[in-house]
Design a binder for this molecule. Sequence first.
Ligand code: G6P
Length: 602
Amino acid sequence: MCGIVGYIGKKKAVPILMDGLRKESYRGYDSSGIVVFEQGKPICLKAVGKLENLENRIQTNKYGSGFGIGHVRWATHGGVTEANAHPHCDCKENIFLVHNGIIENYRQLREKLVREGHKFSSDTDTEVIAHLIEKYFQGKLEEAVRKALRQVKGAYALAVIARDDPEKIIAARFSSPLIIGVGQNEYLVASDPNAIAPYAQKVIALEDNEIAIITPKDISILKEREPQDLEIEAEESEKGGYPHFMLKEIMEQPESIGSPLKGRLIIAQGLAKLGGLETVKEKLKNVKRLNIIACGTARHAGLVGEYMLEEYAGIPTEVEAGSEFRYRKQILDKNTAILAVSQSGETADTLGAIKEAKQKGMMCIGIVNAVGSTISRETDAGVYNHAGPEIGVASTKAFTSQLTVLALLTLLLGRQRGMSLVMGQRIAKEISRIPELVKKTLESEAQIKELAEKYKDFNNFAYIGRKYNLPIALEGALKLKEISYLHAEGMPAGEMKHGQIALIDENFPTVAICPSDSVYEKMVSNVEEIKARKGPVIAIATQGNEDIKKLVDDVIYIPKTLEMLTPILSVIPLQLFAYYVGLLRGCDIDKPRNLAKSVTVE
Ligand code: G6P
């Protein structure tokens, strides 16, 4: 994946940068570039494809500059083009930088900078940092970088140089590794120690929020401790024209799922590429059992993950609430790994369980949305959702993003242990279609609003599902409880007849999640049992299933997809239903009573 290298000292920078890039290239990349200044003029060279393509453009020994930066890129935001390759620069070709990580609020920042007159030349998230630095630059590069980074939300390792403040590299990191190599009257910067091993005798590992000012003579490190600008919070908190964050977050799911998929799927090879797991990839091959630890909505995502991982990766998987895992006797061995799933990365029960597991020597990996959060730091490795900040207390886009990442993880682990190429390709291709299918699913919004009107005065609801959609029944019921304060219970459809059915009459509606999958016929039988007792039924069914209309009172259709991916679609009508019922009942949608977004107490 992406790699950074930088050099400042008495030697010629270009050959050292190229050597570093070659050593970083083993991680996979699709383009590369370097920049140095020659007599105050930037020489910025980039190429798509193999490093040799870049080498062919550079007469390595021609340039005498003693400082510069370079990068190998693995595309995430923006296609594989020369314009999108790093280094990126500002409008005046003064500031140049290379970046690893993802800037989550780049869209808002970019729109604002464009309004202020900045001209962009790439589709990347990275370029916004160059323009932000330009905005604050008044002669001292470190000052401008410091101010710019206060505006930025996401993960980054950065190396920055400026024509108008030469003989200086500014390096900064948050949640992406970056080290500084100390040589003889020379310094190097790299995201991978291999890149600088021949030149550096000692290294300094930058810590989160640190900014290093590196000159040929010395190095000093600033710790950025000040809180983020309120301005940013306000910007991010904008509801984008929606009346509530919850609705905004439901409607932006095609994007919150789609953006992070870029660069994570290799369809032709039927593979998932998850950079955050690279360091433990080999260790993962020996994992014989997985314990998924999560709370609330994230636990429901974990339950879907259990079905995926067992069916397609063949790994026995157990899901447990953090609050339970911590205090019971666990039978764990060294081949069991812990997978923590958390939107905020701060949930006390999940965190407590990780600490417990770490004490026992278990490997812990995470699926976390909030970059740099405690869980992301406490785990050995992990995958960021990059779904963007979730403000509404009821989790929606984080949930569908967790399901998508679990599908990617299933693909990765499945292919490590015998899943065929054809199956891998099929799953990868279908995952890539999910954002478009989510978009189609959201088209039912108006119909769901009408249904909310029809059902809003019932006091009790049952949600039933089987297999992959059982956790969605639990999640659908949870959403309704959280937002409308109505009583709702989610349960396995087959369990209905063992007790719950006693409650069913014409005043007790059931939401039945019954897409056309391997358990469809069984679901229909359970729906028949409810209808025989006059219970109203809303079905979530697959587009094209006209038969179901004859059996139930109302149907909401979702597009067809692979069975393991249906939960990502089937949950969406349930999110919208909860939203509109809550709204019609006058509830406080974004701040439901008694609930907190991030529960940092036991
Ligand atoms: C709280 C939130 C839920 C969330 C749960 C777990 O209860 O209200 O929406 O699912 O915590 O949070 P996490 O941040 O760990 O996913």
